[in-house]
Design a protein around this ligand. Structure first.
Ligand code: PLP
Length: 404
């Protein structure tokens, strides 16, 4: 029995918010269970119960390293994407205090943006690059922004709201030429598109298990050999004295299993997910005064992000929820605030249009039948909301007067 007053689950939930989090795959749960029950030993204990945990942790590290083409010693476990981003950015600042400039973008996750904001109070100056209307950072502009006193840069690999995939490889070449450390938040990319740290040439790369069918509260960071970051947590000698705290053995095992499965099935999953997503995009762009946000081609397979003029995204989400559909408007972190998404605004979309946004993020567990149901319900709901919307009425009046 659960201590929580969980309402009975709806008969049928259509989960289409995989950029917020994903379900734990059954094989992942199965791999974790022994380490939550009989094999509960502390990985630092020297008797065999502990040694078994240590072996599981190191085997998982090897698996993750293999999936990312890293060395096992370059993989550190953290509590998730947020911690990895905080670690990379704070530490990159502190190891090179002679240079007080960094480069990032306007469309980063808040884990990155707010880390930078905190460091600005400590004297770091940050250039936040704008993006084009598809959400792409300009490589040339990036290159021109790097200067004598630039110590590091952080540009995400794939955006969590609009799915645009950034030219990380080109950016890291520029960083290398100028002796600038380069971190990428790859939380949306790992497990979804190919991530090869050697090919990308990045120095640090963040990832998080719950974005690829692993458990919540566990993630990691790749830190290239030879880069002497500072420890993020002080305490015991875990993680090569870089991240103290008793290892989350079950979480680590589950994350490795999830990444292994995602990597094995990536090609077939992406084919299926891309097909469903393209069908969704084509159908929903049939709605009057709708637009797709993010690059039409250079985007994550599961991501579709729209704006529908004349409606409120929040109302759309709540109406979809009544039909058992889980989707999102803006990012989970900004919802609840009245400000529209900083990512949509960076694309040059007006405040009023940005308010009418819908993010649908699919995974391989979704079916075409579900996608068709989503299409039907979004169309119905947008129509319904527009009938009640004074903003929509105004748009239509302007349109008929020839100002559309
Ligand atoms: C989810 C997400 C994070 C935060 O990861 P957590 O594991 O939830 O802390 C950071 N960056 C991006 C791009 C994300 O999508």
């Amino acid at each position: 029995m659960s201590d929580f007053n969980l309402q009975p689950a709806k008969d049928k939930i259509i989960y289409a918010d995989n950029a917020a989090t994903t379900s734990v795959a059954p094989a992942v749960l199965e791999s974790m269970l022994p380490f939550l029950t009989k094999r509960f030993g502390n990985a630092s204990s020297i008797y065999s119960l502990g040694v078994q945990s240590r072996e599981a942790v190191e085997k998982s590290r090897n698996t993750i390293a293999r999936c990312l083409n890293a060395e096992p010693s370059e993989i550190y476990f953290t509590s998730g994407g947020t911690e990895s981003d905080n670690w990379a950015i704070r530490s990159a600042f502190k190891i090179n205090l002679n240079k007080k400039h960094a480069v990032s973008s306007k469309i980063e996750h808040h884990a990155v943006l707010h880390s930078f904001k905190a460091l600005e109070k400590e004297g770091l100056r940050v250039s936040y690059l704008g993006v084009d209307s598809n959400g792409l950072v300009d490589v040339k502009e990036f290159s021109q922004t790097v200067r004598e006193d630039t110590s590091f840069a952080s540009i995400m690999m794939a955006n969590n709201e609009i799915g645009t995939i950034e030219p990380v490889k080109e950016l890291s070449v520029i960083c290398k030429e100028h002796g600038v450390l380069f971190h990428t938040d790859a939380v949306q990319a790992v497990g979804h598109v190919k991530v090869d740290v050697k090919e990308l040439g990045v120095d640090m790369l963040s990832f998080s298990a719950h974005k690829f069918h692993g458990p919540k509260g566990i993630g990691g960071i790749f830190i290239r050999k030879g880069i002497n970051l500072l420890p993020f947590m002080e305490g015991g000698a875990q993680e090569n004295k870089m991240r103290a705290g008793t290892e989350n053995v079950a979480g680590i095992v589950g994350m490795a299993k999830a990444l292994e499965i995602a990597t094995q099935n990536m090609t077939s999953n992406n084919k299926k997910v891309t097909q469903m997503r393209n069908h969704l995009i084509k159908s929903l762009l049939g709605i009057d005064r709708s637009r797709l946000n993010g690059d039409p081609v250079i985007r994550l397979p599961g991501n579709a992000n729209f704006c529908f003029e004349g409606i409120e995204g929040e109302s759309l989400i709540l109406n979809l929820d009544l039909n058992g559909i889980c989707a999102s408007s803006g990012s989970a972190c900004t919802s609840g605030s009245l400000e529209p998404s900083h990512v949509l605004l960076a694309l040059g979309i007006s405040h009023s249009v940005a308010h009418g946004s819908l993010r649908i993020t699919l995974c391989e567990e979704n079916t075409l039948q579900e996608v068709n149901f989503i299409i039907q319900k979004v169309k119905e709901t947008v129509e319904k909301l527009r009938l009640m919307s004074p903003v929509w009425e105004k748009i239509k009046t302007m349109e008929s007067a020839g100002f559309g």
